[in-house]
Write a protein that binds this ligand. Structure first.
Ligand code: FEO
Length: 386
């Protein structure tokens, strides 16, 4: 397992998780990486770790450059276990290494790994002298845990950004100019939508800090390293964190006997007639984490469910629970669905959309199977809403 040189004396020594397909409910079709970085100066510093089961890879990569026993410092920008899992394992090799984390990180690490080691708290503005280089710290709380911070090496103009700007991509390519740009941005968008979105206000603050740094390389803790597309990813983060939406729609639904699907298609026609791009997302064939990627830039969100046992379909319930947790703001929502007798589903969906704080369009309910005439009526009346 080879390390990858980023600049003289600075290396990527992470792990590539080719087989990862589920990251606490997020479908990671392309796998992921846990990026760990090594700076070799008068002091040797390891920045972030990897999941515990990837330790062998990390250790092999480090050992290609230095004897791990020589590591002086370990900077833990974030304590979540995808980045700290191998911390106790590497410490077996360098038990005297000093560990640095934010205050919340220093409080959280012993709650994961016990108090065998001392965890040193740093705050924004603190600087670690490495020799020719320095590493300074900036707290980025709630992007996306309370302990998050980033590290900046001003002499090399490198930002070690941890989860910010990450993407779940397993690849042999390490840099943005080696990897297809469209896939990179799509995966960065999916990452933002599924991990970072609830913390957009904190992202805005963090961006203000980042924009004042002179940066040639952004080294995130997942996926591809940016060295050629930095303005692009900063621009996208600005857009996503500012909740900038396009005049597009996403229609999410599940269906029992295709009546709810027919209503969805009638609404699709309404959007098309108004020249509004629309994505149809049947929950039987689309993962909720992919749907979230569509939603972060869409103005309209329709959610449809037939009534089942006085309730909504479980797939729709799971989607709405996920949506509420990620809390996109300022969308225009609407509920629709078919029913046989009780007909509770549409109100349940509508209440959920209301609790997301969305503006609501009129709900649409049809008993049993919609006729051609009913579908035409739905199309025409919905169109008038747009
Ligand atoms: Fe990639 Fe919050 O851990």
């Amino acid at each position: 397992m080879k390390p990858v040189k980023i600049k003289d004396g600075i290396y990527w020594v992470g792990g590539i998780d080719w087989d990862l397909r589920n990251f606490h409910g997020y479908l990671t079709q392309r796998g992921s990486t846990y990026n760990s970085y090594l700076i070799v100066d008068e002091k040797i510093v390891l920045i972030d770790n990897v999941k515990s089961y990837m330790f062998k890879e990390q250790l092999e990569r480090i050992s290609e450059i230095v004897d791990p026993a020589k590591i002086d410092y370990i900077v833990q920008n974030h304590i979540e276990m995808d980045h700290s899992g191998s911390l106790p394992l590497i410490l077996e090799y360098c038990p005297n290494a000093k560990i640095f984390a934010s205050q919340k990180g220093a409080e959280g690490l012993p709650k994961h790994y016990g108090d065998k080691w001392k965890y040193n708290a740093v705050k924004s503005g603190d600087v670690l002298e490495l020799g020719k280089r320095t590493l300074s710290f900036v707290q980025t709380p709630m992007v996306h845990w309370p302990d998050n911070m980033v590290s900046y090496c001003k002499e090399e103009k490198i930002l070690f950004s941890n989860d910010a700007f990450g993407q779940h991509i397993a690849s042999s390519e390490r840099f943005d100019d080696e990897y297809p740009y469209n896939i990179l941005i799509e995966e960065a968008k999916k990452y933002y939508a599924n991990i970072v979105l609830p913390y957009s206000n904190q992202v805005k603050k963090a961006l203000t800090v980042v924009e004042n740094l002179d940066i040639e390389v952004i080294c995130p803790s997942h996926g591809i390293i940016y060295r050629s597309r930095i303005p692009e990813i900063l621009r996208e983060y600005k857009k996503w964190s500012a909740n900038e939406v396009e005049n597009t729609a996403v229609i999410v639904f599940d269906t029992m006997w295709k009546s709810t699907e027919k209503i969805a298609q009638a609404i699709q026609s309404s959007f098309e007639n108004k020249g509004i791009y629309v994505k149809m997302r049947n929950l039987q064939s689309n993962h909720i984490s992919d749907i979230m990627t569509d939603i972060i830039t869409a103005k309209y969100l329709g959610v449809g469910s037939p009534t089942l046992n006085n309730n909504i379909l479980p797939t729709v319930a799971a989607f709405l629970a996920y949506l509420k947790g990620l809390a996109p703001k300022g969308r225009t929502g609407f509920a629709f669905g078919s029913y046989g007798w009780g007909g509770q589903s549409v109100e349940i969906v509508e209440n959920e959309l209301k609790s997301c704080g969305f503006d609501l369009l009129d709900k649409i309910k049809v008993q049993y199977v919609p006729t051609k005439e009913t579908l035409l009526e739905i199309r025409e009346s919905f169109e008038k809403n747009l």
